[in-house]
Design a protein around this ligand. Structure first.
Ligand SMILES: *Cc1c(COP(=O)(O)O)cnc(C)c1O
Length: 431
């Protein structure tokens, strides 16, 4: 199996964290998101252990909430010692509703409205990752009104093009995220920020993209940030104490993807940074990472029930399931590859080539095209693996399809963490 928490049990069914997937489907209904909490914890530990081994005290990892945001995730990442990256007041609200301490939240976003800024200040978030000049001005004025000194990081764009999809590439100069170094504007951004009496500039942030497999891209990012930091020290006498390198570590979705060695990459980045700092006579900053996908993706599995099996003579076979783009829009958005298996016959040969389609009136509503699995019958449970990131978080109610339930499994036990939406939920905001 793709990951060690997945297995085939004596009944020939898929088991997730030791629990029979068919039992989960029966007990909680389908479609169903299953999140293996033990796997999430293991992923957090991989980061924090490696960081503790090779980076300065005070370095750490912030869980990027946008990958999967619901109350139940926060106590898990908090107890593992992670901070949190939030991109909206809604994410801040959810984290705090789950008891997550506001001072460990980093607030991101390209367009934080005046209300957003006030909301986050009132909540007491630890750090703003400031994206632009306009935000800087409003944040200063609101912080002054409250008489607080607000910690900030400045989001800069390093002008890198890692080998990843354009839609999830955020580090190029021409992007709506942050202020570019290459054009000289980041220098003015720092100058402006340092002049604000109620802002304490801890350092710099950049995020180069997502689903990145090589450490090289992160080392290039470190080089550019360090060169900028050294220039700013020489110019303004400012020394950054934090480099936040963002998220982006890749995840294995299908057999042909590499397994990213996260610990190895963190060690490589740390060595690269120390060498660069030594050469420049710059104190090694604390380093923060913001992993989202690599914390939750491989911990998630989506279970569906097979509806129809249809052969379009001379073309292909379709299998329709009781969910689709409404719970997983990633194929529709990015043509993302997934591993799909027949959980009811997980021990059978995957000898049937088919396209998995959802239930929306939308020809793009597909989960995977031309994949191989054991031929299903109506009623069989189908599992789509590695759906923990950007699935529930991106789910929607198109065609008035209620959002699925989410179940967390740990130590062989399953518990409902998000109940399935009802039809009443669908009309709850309608007057
Ligand atoms: C999306 C994002 C992340 C998380 O990226 P992953 O690829 O899920 O690890 C972290 N930081 C920022 C600023 C982001 O936009």
């Amino acid at each position: 199996m793709l990951y060690s928490n997945l297995s085939v049990n004596d009944a020939g069914h898929l088991a997730i964290g030791g629990i029979d997937a068919l039992d989960l489907a029966e007990r909680f209904g389908t479609p169903l998101y299953v999140l293996d909490e033990d796997m999430v914890r293991e992923n957090c530990r991989t980061y924090l252990t490696a960081i503790g081994e090779c980076l300065p005290e005070g370095s750490g990892a912030l869980y990027a909430s946008k990958a999967l945001c619901f109350k139940g995730i926060y106590p898990v990442v908090e107890s593992e010692g992670m901070g949190v990256d939030a991109v909206s007041p809604g994410e801040i609200y959810t984290a705090r509703a789950a008891g997550f301490p506001a001072e460990r939240i980093y607030f991101h976003g390209t367009n934080k409205t005046d209300d957003d800024i006030r909301y986050a200040l009132n909540a007491g978030v630890g750090c703003f990752v400031v994206d632009n000049f306009n935000e800087l001005a409003v944040l200063q004025s609101e912080a002054a009104k409250r008489g607080v000194m607000q910690r900030v990081l400045l989001r800069v764009t390093v002008g890198l093009d890692p080998h990843t999809l354009a839609a999830i590439n955020t580090g190029r100069v021409d992007s709506q995220f942050g202020i570019p170094i290459e054009t000289g504007q980041a220098e003015g951004f720092l100058f402006e920020a340092l002049a604000q009496p109620n802002l304490q500039v801890d350092g710099f942030h950049s995020h180069i993209g997502s689903q990145i497999f090589e450490a090289d891209s992160f080392c290039d990012q470190v080089d550019i940030m360090l060169r900028f930091a050294v220039a700013m020290r020489d110019k303004f006498g400012y020394v950054a104490s934090v480099f936040n390198l963002g998220g982006g570590f890749g995840v294995r979705y299908v057999e042909s993807d590499d397994q990213v060695d996260i610990a190895g990459n963190i060690h490589a980045i740390a060595e690269h940074l120390s060498a660069g700092c030594a050469a420049a006579g710059y104190p090694v900053p604390r380093v923060l990472f913001e992993p989202g996908r690599s914390i939750v993706a491989n911990a998630g599995t989506t279970l569906y029930t097979t509806g129809g099996i249809k052969t379009v003579e001379g073309y292909r076979d379709y299998v329709t399931v009781d969910g689709g783009m409404t719970d997983n829009p990633r194929y529709a958005l990015y043509k993302s590859a997934y591993t799909v298996l027949n959980a009811s016959h997980a021990d059978a040969e995957p000898d049937f080539t088919c396209t998995i389609a959802g239930r929306c009136c939308e020809s793009g509503d597909r989960i995977a095209e031309d994949i191989s699995m054991a031929r299903p019958e109506r009623g069989d449970v189908i599992a789509v693996l590695v759906t923990g990131a950007y699935n529930y978080a991106m789910s929607m109610n198109y065609n008035r399809i209620p959002r699925p339930a989410l179940v967390m499994v740990s130590g062989g036990e399953a518990r409902l963490a998000v109940r399935r939406q009802t039809f009443d939920d669908l009309i709850a905001c309608e007057l």
